[in-house]
Design a protein. Structure first.
Length: 258
């Protein structure tokens, strides 16, 4: 019995030491590998024109031009293989919003210290949800330390821009920013432009092809619901409450209804 207790103590100390060492290494890191993507609400498709992440001195990575984005903010969007490891402190991005028939542009600083702090802090998660190898001791411990692996830029009608970090069922908001509408010649946007097509024709064609018919009807009746995506960002205090099925209460309710 004493031997078993001793082994539990040793195992516990080993796990504690391993976690401490891993956390210490994380707190000293300054670079973390990540992918970059852009996403937009499903009903309000967009397409990236140009964009990049940088520091105040150095270019880091382009923002991917991955075609029409309309998978919703619950999706991280296509990264097209683009990413980096240096922590960004500046974002520049322009895109076309097909439902609004206009281009938007943003050039804004990003809180590099906050981003780095979140990368370093990471989160605890079951080792079965992480794609990398683990020792048997780590598997027995169940939860392992992991961190974010993607910077997602969410855009929405009205020039709303929200940046968040994402990884393995975890997401944390970095900041909310406001873009300004801008003018981009469609001939400089399209890979193979039709020089006979007007800017208005360009907007109308893409509106009819990419904006869902149901959304077009909603826009005709009530316009675009500007501000809705800021409402979605509001946080509320809530918790689950489990109520077990009680057949007697159901009988009482049926008698009451009749």
């Amino acid at each position: 019995m004493k031997k078993i207790i001793y082994l539990y103590i040793v195992f516990g100390l080993f796990i504690q030491t391993s976690c401490h060492t891993q956390n210490q290494k994380m707190s000293e890191k300054t670079n973390f590998p990540y992918r970059v993507s852009v996403t937009a609400p499903r009903e309000y498709p967009i397409e990236v024109h140009v964009g990049y992440l940088s520091t105040q001195q150095d270019f880091i990575t382009p923002v991917p031009k991955a075609g029409v984005e309309d998978n919703g903010w619950q999706s991280e969007g296509a990264d097209a293989g683009l990413g980096a490891s240096q922590i960004p402190s500046f974002l520049e991005l322009s895109w076309v919003s097909y439902a609004e028939k206009k281009f938007w542009k943003i050039a804004t600083p990003l809180p590099a210290d906050t981003i780095l702090a979140y990368f370093r802090k990471g989160y605890k998660i079951s080792w079965t949800n992480v794609i990398r190898s683990f020792t048997e001791e780590e598997k027995k411990a169940g939860l392992v330390q992991d961190t974010y692996d993607q910077i997602v830029i969410g855009v929405a009608p009205g020039g709303v821009v929200v940046v968040w970090l994402q990884g393995a069922h975890h997401r944390v908001e970095i900041g909310r920013y406001q873009a300004k509408d801008t003018v981009v010649d469609k001939n400089k946007f399209e890979p193979v432009p039709d020089v006979h097509e007007t800017q208005e024709e360009f907007y109308n064609w893409n509106y009819n092809h990419f904006v869902p018919q149901e959304t077009q009807e909603k826009i005709k009746k009530g316009g675009i619901p500007f501000g809705l995506w800021d409402e979605y960002r509001k946080k509320y205090n809530w918790r689950f409450h489990t109520a077990f099925y009680n057949p007697d209460k159901e009988k009482d309710m049926l008698q009451y209804l009749h």
